[in-house]
Design a protein around this ligand. Structure first.
Ligand code: IMP
Ligand code: MG
Length: 189
């Protein structure tokens, strides 16, 4: 089976954990919490590419206060074992010196990616760094990872999920909900 066909099969057999409507409601609540904390602080919202893209795209129209946006792209080195070296593909252009930063990513899993991005922002002189994720995965964090995010839309058990920015083999980020890959396929991952 070629890859696009496999992807269609994954989507067809997946189990929907959160519908588009569920997520939209969770984002309303998350946006309100962000507003309450950051509306007066002129924050920089930093999207962690690519997974944070859909979260930020959906949050922005809900945030009615002065803010700037920028991007950061960091991935774990391909083929490295866990905790492996991070590769910085895109760094923010805006100066973070003395700014309040909200880092937004798709998911908090082991917590290593967000811990690295928070460390980057602190080293760049940020006054305070907040974190927000679409999904909190109930899993054991890496000892070096971020323990929890400040703003969370929904949580899931320790399963492989896709949709709303989260990918399966770089596909299905556009799926309009959060889906769990079927257990049979997950066993082979
Ligand atoms: P960690 O918190 O450093 O383990 O890494 C988080 C990153 O791993 C996220 O930004 C995702 O790209 C990826 N990731 C973790 N769990 C999943 C999942 O269930 N589906 C898709 N990507 C995931
Ligand atoms: Mg990611």
């Amino acid at each position: 089976m070629n890859l696009p066909k496999q992807i269609q099969e994954i989507y067809r057999t997946a189990h929907c954990l959160y519908s588009k409507q569920d997520i939209e409601e969770a984002l309303d609540t998350m946006a309100m919490a962000i507003h309450n904390e950051l509306a007066e602080l002129n924050p920089v919202l930093l999207t962690v590419l690519k997974g944070g893209l859909v979260l930020v795209g959906n949050l922005l129209p809900r945030l009615d206060f002065p803010l700037e946006i920028d991007n950061i792209h960091v991935t774990r080195y391909q083929g490295a074992v866990q905790g492996g070296e991070l590769v910085w593909k895109i760094k923010p252009e805006v100066s973070l010196q003395d700014r309040v930063v909200l880092v937004l990513d798709d998911i908090l899993d082991l917590g290593l990616t967000l811990a690295a991005v928070v460390g980057f922002c602190q080293a760049a002189g940020a006054r305070k760094v907040y974190t927000g994720v679409l999904v909190d995965k109930k899993t054991s964090r890496d000892p070096a990872g971020l323990v929890s995010a400040d703003f969370v839309a929904v949580s899931v058990e320790d399963r492989f999920i896709f949709g709303y920015g989260l990918d399966y083999k770089e596909y299905l980020r556009n799926a309009p909900g959060i889906y769990e890959v079927s257990p049979e396929i997950q066993a082979t991952l």
